[in-house]
Design a protein around this ligand. Structure first.
Ligand code: GLA
Length: 736
């Protein structure tokens, strides 16, 4: 029973194997947080953790209780205007213009399992025993606005999942200006804040900064979660490393505009908020209406950042990603984007496909450029008709050929966009997000469709349905290549709802397509990884991690991405050299060694490879097939960071700890440098393993404590001529 209510002390205690969340109802009905952290034993009351004091300048609760001020309590879902002066979780405008709210406890229920969220992605359970859910209803007497706080404590994958439902149970209209998914107040501020920042082609750089007084916030106003900031924050102790120390992880299951805010006040308490970005948000709640926030996932680990990431990986891989492909090994693919860009015809592609088959590749993905008028990125988006000059016998003919060759067939789409000059644009200018009388701003020469309009969704469903029917595709890469601007809908009544309704529209189209085509493997994409977020994983179990396919940059991008997302979700390909983004040359084996730690594939013209390269690709493909399960479904450990050192080291270990593979990458060659070892993780200490490369038999304890010597002769001199961007894979296999 991991959700307990202690009647006498009015205390809720939610716990699983890792964490405890404890809060109580205090007179006259405020919900006050007492503890969030490592799991502690259950007791009847924790009242000694209730911190109250009579302080000057505080707005007090009453003349009798001058020691009680909302400013100095740790609150579960704070509002502004009745004493708490930190940033609120909820803000509304009532009909009379008032923003005041006084939320008091009304009731609670505890139920087995975890409810799904209407029209939103959400962590799910497969059996009721996997989770317990506490719903606490708070009510503002004057407006009869109710807030139902949802807490699902996950037992199998130890996380706490929170969201809020706002219900207008009164008789007046209310406008919702801000409704966070989670809020937590912690009793001290001695944390570092880790965020994943970046931009196009350098997504999810790991940044660590000390929390300081005031507000530190990250978020997105782009209409997508963005490559600039990922909807994730870790708050970790100063001494927390990859393998040791305490950390919290917060992750938002949402793909639109979002905000995460860490506020340290001058009394040394910390408030963490996460939810839909309030900028421009105004949701109208008529009497009887409800609004459901997206959900946020909270995890705790005292086994360092790897401990936190591993909880996210397991939860997201097994209980957020869904469907046919969730537990299946992902097909090795070749994608023609960097091979041909838009300059191709059917014959050229079939030549690449034939070579792919010979190499052992399992799927051909036809990227951008297959539809009418698409010879550059200035035109074509919106109509989704096959370009008969490239495919004289239609697209179905091409995919049939692929299927006959024994390859799976994949296709690229970008259904949220339209170009000027297309039939869609000309016939339905009102379907484009823009405000009449203002300049329409292009991005990549294209415009954003109004996904808050159900007619747009219906139209795209019909068009894509036709394409999927005709081609019988096995895989779809759903791209999204610009951020939203000119955010105004020609058909929506309440403009403050557009950004969120846009995201709901994306989710609804995904849902309809998945329902009709449950076996299609969707890969989400947004100019690479600009929408690599938990919300997307619910629909597409994998995402194109970055447009940057350079074998070295990829180490950083995949390292950062792994803070939250499992390897099975990371699209990773071997591309040609010199690399198209950086003009850099990294050996092919190193490019592959990075790409194995993901879904794996090739993104180059296979017909232009030399015989040696073709042979190497054959071996790589065979190797990936043999080890794919370990890469995609093993436990992943980060051991040395490319953001801090000249090396990247990571490993993955099978669930039964019988098999592991450790990858070592060195960026630049060094000369006359020190010897280096790396201590492996996650092995069975008593198990004897064979370690390839060194060709030694040693037990797990030795590998984990004495470590693996990873320096070689080149530590002393570069006589063996290894050079830059070298890498090695150590295959670690249990011996009987
Ligand atoms: C985006 C994607 C690429 C490719 C192109 C096609 O940039 O990230 O992988 O699909 O679009 O236009």
């Amino acid at each position: 029973m991991p959700v307990i209510y202690h009647e006498v002390s009015k205390t809720f205690h939610l716990y699983n194997t890792e964490l405890s969340h404890i809060f109580k109802i205090i007179e006259p009905g405020y919900l006050v947080n007492l503890y969030f952290g490592k799991k502690i034993r259950d007791r009847e009351n924790y009242d000694h953790l209730l911190e109250t004091a009579d302080r000057s300048m505080a707005v007090t609760f009453s003349d009798e209780r001058t020691d009680l001020s909302l400013e100095h309590l740790k609150l579960e879902y704070p509002v502004y205007g009745t004493g708490d002066l930190r940033n609120p979780s909820l803000d509304v405008t009532a009909e009379n213009g008032s923003h005041l709210l006084d939320l008091r406890f009304e009731s609670y229920t505890i139920q087995k399992g975890k409810p799904s969220l209407p029209h939103l992605p959400a962590v799910y359970t497969e059996a009721d025993e996997e989770a317990d859910t506490l719903l606490v209803t708070l009510c503002d007497q004057k407006t009869q606005l109710k807030v139902v706080l949802s807490y699902s404590i996950m037992n199998l994958y130890p996380a706490l999942i929170r969201s809020a439902k706002i219900v207008n149970a009164g008789t007046e209209k209310i406008i919702l200006n801000n409704a966070m998914s989670l809020s937590v107040d912690l009793p001290d501020t001695d944390y570092d804040m880790i965020t994943l920042t970046g931009a196009w082609a350098r997504e999810r750089t790991v940044r660590r900064q000390a929390v300081h007084e005031g507000v530190q916030s990250i978020g997105s106003l782009r209409g997508i979660s963005s490559s600039n900031f990922n909807p994730f924050v870790s708050l970790c102790r100063k001494n927390c490393t990859e393998t040791e120390g305490e950390t919290f992880g917060f992750s938002l299951v949402y793909s639109g505009c979002w905000l995460a805010e860490v506020q340290a006040d001058t009394y040394h308490t910390l408030r963490m908020h996460m939810g839909i970005h309030p900028q421009g948000f105004a949701w109208h709640l008529d009497p009887g209406d409800t609004f459901q926030t997206p959900e946020a996932v909270m995890v705790y680990s005292d086994e360092g950042l790897n401990g936190m990431s591993q909880i996210f990986h397991e939860l997201y891989r097994h209980r957020l990603a869904r469907g046919y492909w969730r537990d299946r090994e992902r097909p090795i693919l070749v994608n023609n984007w960097e091979a041909t860009y838009m300059n191709f015809n059917e014959q050229k592609l079939l030549e690449i496909a034939a070579r792919a088959k010979e190499i052992g590749i399992e799927m051909f993905v036809l990227d951008d450029g297959w539809f009418e008028n698409r010879n550059s990125d200035h035109t074509g988006l919106g109509d989704w008709q096959c370009d008969r000059t490239k495919f004289p016998q239609g697209l179905g003919h091409f995919t049939q050929k692929l299927h006959e060759m024994g390859l799976l067939a994949g296709i690229w789409i970008e259904p949220e966009m339209v170009n000027m000059g297309t039939r869609m644009f000309n016939e339905h200018p009102e379907w484009v997000i823009h405000e009449e009388g203002r300049i329409l701003h292009p991005g990549r020469h294209q415009y954003v469709l109004d996904y808050s309009n159900p007619d747009v969704i219906d139209d795209l469903f019909e068009k894509l349905d036709r394409v999927f029917e005709e081609t019988r595709v096995d895989y779809v890469k759903w791209d999204m290549n610009r951020t939203l601007s000119d955010v105004y809908s020609m058909t929506l009544k309440n403009q403050g709802e557009l950004m969120h309704r846009y995201t709901l529209g994306v989710y609804s189209l995904y849902e309809r397509l998945i329902e009709k085509y449950p076996k299609i493997l969707f890969e989400s994409c947004s100019s690479g990884g600009a929408r690599f977020d938990p919300g997307m994983l619910y629909y597409a179990p994998q995402a194109w991690t970055s447009d940057d396919t350079d074998g070295y940059e990829r180490q950083k991008i995949q390292y950062g991405t792994s803070f939250v997302y499992p390897l099975s979700s990371m699209g990773s390909h071997v591309s040609a050299c010199p690399n198209h983004q950086l003009n850099r040359t990294v050996p092919m084996y190193t490019r592959a060694n990075a790409a194995y730690f993901g879904t794996f594939g090739y993104e180059l013209d296979l017909t232009k490879m030399t015989d040696e390269e073709t042979e190497e690709a054959k071996q790589q493909t065979a190797f990936m097939k043999q080890y794919r399960k370990l890469f995609q479904f093993g436990t992943f450990w980060r051991l040395r960071s490319p953001f801090e050192t000249n090396e990247t080291i990571w490993m993955t270990v099978s669930k039964d700890r019988k098999q592991a593979v450790c990858a070592y990458f060195r960026c630049l060659q060094e000369i006359n440098t020190g010897f280096r070892r790396i201590r492996l993780k996650g092995l069975d200490p008593d198990q004897l393993y064979h370690v390839s490369v060194l060709d030694i038999d040693v037990c797990g304890d030795e590998l984990m404590h004495a470590g693996l010597v990873i320096s070689d002769q080149s530590a002393a001199s570069n006589r063996d001529g290894q050079g830059d961007f070298v890498s090695r894979l150590y295959l670690i296999d249990a011996k009987d």
